[in-house]
Design a protein around this ligand. Sequence first.
Ligand SMILES: [Zn+2]
Length: 180
Amino acid sequence: MSELEITDSKVDPGVIVISLIGSLNENTIDILEKAIHKHLSANELKFVIDCEELTYLNSKGVGAFNWAIGGIRKHDGDIKFSRVKGKARNVFDMLGISEFIQIYKTVDEAVEAFADPSVKPEGAESFSYITAKDEKYYHYSWCPEAKKIDKDDIVEFKSRIEVFGLDKTPCPICRPADMA
Ligand SMILES: [Zn+2]
């Protein structure tokens, strides 16, 4: 048996749910990359990666996630995560990836969030806000739209109060104004 097993299924509305079982490291990232490639070539761009049974993850594994997210967001798709816990969660937090992705408590919430952006990820209210000088909107840092802002132009705020007075509109995708 391989160190990593993957199951994938398609659920409404056209979301691919990939479950990772085992260890995501330099020996197994190609299993994940192949699975994602298969769907990308079928023009399927919405993914939920369920990590409930992901027992080990290292920086190479996170690198594979970054690679996939970068490519998919360029095509207006996204990867959302569910049930990231334990050691995997620590690695996500340590490498700073949690700031830029959406993690949900359940697979269903992650799937639903593709159709309904008001379904908030875990800890949504504790994220920072991001905008740029020539950007009309302000975003949560996890917003896929915020990813399109040039790194050098990003202006980051720790609280929404700092955004007031800047003449920015809350992004219609991540809806940062919904939180007090
Ligand atoms: Zn946004």
